[in-house]
Design a protein around this ligand. Sequence first.
Ligand SMILES: C[S@@+](CC[C@H](N)C(=O)[O-])C[C@H]1O[C@@H](n2cnc3c(N)ncnc32)[C@H](O)[C@@H]1O
Length: 510
Amino acid sequence: MRLLEPACGHGAFLVAAVDRLLTATLRDGIPVRDLTRAIQAYDIEKEHVWASRAAVIERLGACQIPLRLAEELAGGWVRHGDFLLANLETTFDAVVGNPPYIRIEQLSARLQSEYRGRFRTLYDRADLYVAFIEKGLHLLAPRGVLAFICADRWTLNKYGAPLRSLIAREFKMRTYLDLHRASPFESEVIAYPSIFAIGRERLDNAVLVGSLATASREEILAVRSVLKAGPAADSGLLLRKHETWFSGDAPWVLSSSEQLAQLRSLEARFPLLEADGQTVVRIGVATGRDAAFIVPTTADIESDRMVPLVMREDLQHGGIRAGQRCVLDTSRPGGGPVDLRDYPRLAAYLESHREHLLKRHVAKKNAAHWYKTIDRVYPEIVSKPKLLIPDIAGANEVVYDEGGYYPHHNLYFILSDRWDLEVLGGLLSSRVALFFVWSYAVKMRGGYLRFQAQYLRRIRVPKPESMPERLCDAIREAFRGRDFKRLDDLAVEAYGLSSLPDFDFSDSRK
Ligand SMILES: C[S@@+](CC[C@H](N)C(=O)[O-])C[C@H]1O[C@@H](n2cnc3c(N)ncnc32)[C@H](O)[C@@H]1O
C-alpha cells in the first residue's frame, strides 16, 4: 500500500506512518529496502523537508536500520517541492495530512492563476487547502481513503461549494469529526478544525459523524475503537450515523456545538429511559412468514393459539384502528414448539403452509421447529398497557395501548411498572424526546428518522417521582388530546429547560 502526506511539515503524521510501516514489515519479515515506494511526502519549505527527513532517519535508526539505507529511504520518501504543482504518476491507498491554510490572495498573481488553472474547486476566495483536498482525492486508488485534519469553513460556505459538489458526485463521505470544542494542535492555529475521511467507495451505508469534546487520548481511543469495529458496530454516544450525505453543493449542516452542548447537558441531568429497571423497550414479534402466521380473527384455529396483533398500519391519529388480525402463538409456555397433536385445527392450518414454512432459516436449523415463529410470542404482554412506536417515521408517533394487542415486528413498544404510561407517552411525544432521537439516529432520505430500540433507549427522562402531580395530569390530558404544542411546553417544564431544543426537523404530525 502507498501513503501520501502532501504537506508534511515537521512530520507529525509522517513519523507515525513510518512507525506503523516498520512494525508491520518487521512483523511480516519484509525487507525494509523494499519500502521505497510505500510513502511519499512533500513540503515546500526546505527546513521542513530536512526536519521531516531527520525525524524519519532517527526513527529508522531506532529500529536498527543502517544509516545509509535510512538516509536513502528518507530522501526518497520526503520530497522538496510544491505538492500542488508536482507530477505524481501513481495513486495512493491513503492520503493523510494537515494541509496548509493560506488565503489565495496572499499568493503572487502568477501562482494564483497557475493554481486556478489546475484546480476547479479553487473558487471565489477559496483557501489553498481546498486545492489540497481536490488533488488528494484525485490521487486516490480505487479503494483509497483521504483523511485530513483541516479548517472546516469549506463545508458550509460559498467558496466550498464546488468542492462539496465534487465530493457528492465522485466520492463517498465516510467519517466527519468536528473539533470546534477541542483543540488538538500544539498551538492555536485554526479556529474551526475538523477531521474527515473520504473514499472513492463507501464502506458502510452510513456516514459516522461526531464531535470531539477534548480530543484527549481517552476520547480519541474511544472514537477510534468505534471506527475500527466497522460498519455494524453500535456507534454508541460518540458518533451518530447519517444514512445519507448532502447532495450537490448543499452546505453540510451537522449538529451545531450548541445542540451538542444541550444534548450533553440533558444526558448529564437525566437518567436513561430504562435505567429504573422497571421500564423496557422491546421490538414486536418477527414471524419469518407473516402470510402464514398472521391470520384473521375469524380463522378456524384454537382460540388460545390466536393472539390479537397490532401492526404499524393500524395506528392512526394516535389511536389503534381495531386490527382484525391475530398472530399465531406456536410456543409452549416453556419456550419449545407446541405439540400439534393437542391442536388439530392449528396443525391442519400450519400443514397447509408447510412448504413455505420449511424454507425459513429457523426451520432449517431445527427441523422440529418448522412451524415456530422466529420470535416467541408472550401472550401475557397483550393485556399489559404499553406504548407503541413505529420504526421509520416522520415524527415521534407514540400510541397508547391500554392492553389489547401484541405488537408486530414493525413496531417498538415500551412496558413499565413504574410510569403512568400516558404521562411517559406524553413526554416521548414531545420535541425534547425527538431531539434525542434526532441527535443519535440514522437520518433517512425524505425527512424520516429511525426510531429503533437502540435510539429509543437513549432517550433520557425525568424520574417520575420528581414530576409534580399537576404536571403529570396536564401531560396525560395533552397526550390524550394529541395537543403536541402543549406537550412541548410541558416537556420544557418537566426537563427544566428554558426553551425547546432548536433543531432542524419538521415533524410530520398534524
Ligand atoms: C499545517 S502544516 C503541516 C504540519 C504537519 N502536519 C506537521 O506535523 O508538522 C502545512 C505544511 O504545508 C507546507 N506547504 C505549504 N504550501 C505547500 C505546498 N504548496 N506544497 C507542499 N507543502 C506546502 C508548509 O510548509 C507546512 O509545513
